[in-house]
Design a binder for this molecule. Structure first.
Ligand SMILES: Nc1ncnc2c1ncn2[C@@H]1O[C@H](COP(=O)(O)OP(=O)(O)OP(=O)(O)O)[C@@H](O)[C@H]1O
Ligand SMILES: [Mg+2]
Length: 348
């Protein structure tokens, strides 16, 4: 493998020793991975070979599923959950709109605002760091330009205080802060702790008619809590929790920072969206894998703006029937053209 790295780098006229490069360039990012024969079964490629998604062999376990409306993104996501279960991998689905076909795969459902989550109990985070991260995203979600530090300080103070009282005091003075306070109050409470939730399969959703801000805030808080908790559990290289994030574009800025995190914390976020252009393009570069389902010309053009695809690959997903996909893996120069073979239980 070292030889391979050296050869590739020499080909690029870079005069470095392979040993020096290792910390900078993962060998997986320059050498195409060999075909996986284990992991989550996806289907067959155009030559009839069985194709697997093996998150453990990718430099990054996070992934993206894109495709236009109704082409089978959620069905594919349910199939991944079922395949993962077979391998002893737990799963979460975070689904703002709520889809019965997902709910029936889970015993445990958390409906934000009805079921409370303790948003101030953040194991694995230093209080100020958690408050600062939350402040960063709250600023974006609510459009509070320049208020990040103030929000950080008040959230840190809520953590110290053990309740949202400091935020309430501030909200009396500022109607914008009141929106945040009302939303946080509706999510927060004595409910299940993140360490309990992280150890089980769970389905998270929101009631109908929830505002986009509240939905984004609830999901943001949940993922921040999870991020800290998984980190606090120490490094591991086995995938333990697969998280399907529907409508993932609502958290696009945060996804980038999640996808940047190294693979060692044992969880994988699979961002599902019909709007590839709403993601920061770097998400596609960081993702360990991307499954691009079919769609019309405008959608395929979006895919072509992100990846180099040949005419043949393009035709595979352009206006094609459900069940066709391009499967991109980080480090693999070419996507696979696949025909999905999904489990019957994945269909709605
Ligand atoms: N591989 C497939 N082969 C045949 N039919 C499929 C396949 N995948 C999904 N379907 C069917 O297509 C319909 C839409 O599927 P699904 O809800 O998964 O699409 P989606 O992309 O998530 O849609 P939306 O954009 O509305 O979220 C469903 O009736 C589903 O059973
Ligand atoms: Mg869907």
């Amino acid at each position: 493998m070292m030889k391979g790295v050296k050869r590739v780098l020499e080909g690029r006229r870079l005069l470095v020793l392979a040993g020096d490069v290792m910390p900078l360039v993962s060998p997986l990012s320059v050498i195409a991975p060999s075909e996986d024969t284990s992991g989550l079964f996806l289907g067959e490629d155009d030559r009839g070979r069985r194709i697997f998604l093996n998150p453990e062999r990718l430099p990054n376990m996070h992934g993206v599923i894109v495709g236009s409306t109704g082409v089978g993104k959620s069905t594919l996501a349910r199939h991944l959950i079922l395949e993962a279960r077979q391998l002893g991998i737990r799963s979460w689905v975070i689904d703002p709109h709520g889809e019965e076909a997902y709910a029936r795969l889970f015993h445990k459902t958390v409906v934000f605002t009805k079921d409370k989550v303790d948003v101030l109990h953040a194991p694995g985070w230093d209080a100020l760091e958690y408050a600062s991260e939350l402040g960063r995203y709250v600023e974006r979600i609510y459009g509070f330009r320049g208020a990040r530090n103030m929000i950080r300080n008040v959230i840190a103070s809520c953590i110290r205080h053990g309740g949202l009282e400091p935020l309430r005091e501030l909200s009396d003075l500022d109607p914008d802060i009141k929106r945040l306070y009302d939303d946080l109050t509706s999510i927060h409470g004595e409910g299940e702790k993140i360490e309990e939730l992280a150890r089980r399969n769970a389905y998270f959703t929101l009631p109908l008619m929830t505002s986009r801000e509240l939905a984004a805030l609830a999901i943001q808080v949940l993922l921040l809590l999870l991020q800290g908790f998984m980190r606090s559990q120490g490094a591991r290289h086995r995938l333990e929790l697969l998280i399907i994030l529907e409508e993932a574009h609502v958290l696009s800025p945060y996804l980038l920072s999640l996808f940047k995190e190294v693979r060692k914390w044992g969880y994988s976020i699979v961002a599902v969206s019909q709007l590839p252009r709403e993601f920061d393009p770097r998400i596609f570069q960081l993702a360990g894998f991307v499954l691009a389902l079919s769609g019309p010309e405008s959608y395929v053009r979006d895919i072509e703006a992100i990846f180099f695809v040949t005419g043949d690959e393009r035709d595979h997903i352009l206006y094609s029937p459900r069940g066709t996909a391009l499967f991109f893996r980080q480090g693999d120069p070419r996507p696979r053209k696949i025909f999905l073979k999904l489990r019957a239980e994945a269909f709605s």
